[in-house]
Design a protein around this ligand. Structure first.
Ligand SMILES: [Zn+2]
Length: 170
């Protein structure tokens, strides 16, 4: 357990003021499935962050770093300087908060995609589900996204158990 209010205040004190755009994922955030940088405007990220906080408030989670970052995120975004058109970087635990929502921003075409190989923003990326196969009651496939030049932007191996879909969960 951590002192949640203290941790939130620490977050907000250490972070530079948020700007108009936020880099929601980058290889710089550590080892992850993304080989590109995705940038979302505060206008689009704030409603997501507020809703995400609502979902968290409805669950009984222990106070941890991710909980603190979930609470700090909308506060930080609300105070953004929208006249500053630079992109802001986020600390590790805020990345962990946003992680699960990243693909939705891409599918909704609300993310600007920077290919680290091309070194510029790309449009019309291909999003494919490849290598689909079944092993027993488990479906496996990989998600791959590529830029128009063929550079890999995202790679994720999926594993979905049939029984998980149809109700062994209590
Ligand atoms: Zn590229």
């Amino acid at each position: 357990m951590i002192d949640i209010e203290n941790t939130i205040n620490e977050y907000l004190r250490k972070l530079p003021r948020c700007t108009r755009y936020v880099v929601i994922t980058s290889p710089k955030y550590g080892k992850n499935d993304y080989r590109c940088e995705l940038i979302v405007s505060v206008k689009d990220l704030l409603p997501w962050a507020e809703n995400n906080l609502k979902i968290l408030s409805g669950t009984h989670k222990s106070d941890n770093e991710i909980h603190a970052a979930t609470k700090a995120l909308p506060l930080w975004l609300r105070n953004a300087d929208l006249l500053n058109h630079n992109s802001s970087w986020i600390p590790y635990y805020m990345y962990r908060v946003i992680e699960g929502g990243i693909n939705d921003f891409v599918v909704a075409k609300k993310a600007k995609i920077f290919c680290c190989e091309c070194q510029h923003f790309v449009k019309d990326i291909t999003m494919e589900k490849l290598d689909f196969r079944k092993e027993g009651d488990t479906s496996l496939w990989t998600d791959e996204w590529h830029c128009p030049q063929g550079h890999l932007l995202y790679y994720h191996e999926n594993e979905l158990r049939f029984s998980f879909l149809y109700g062994t969960r209590k």
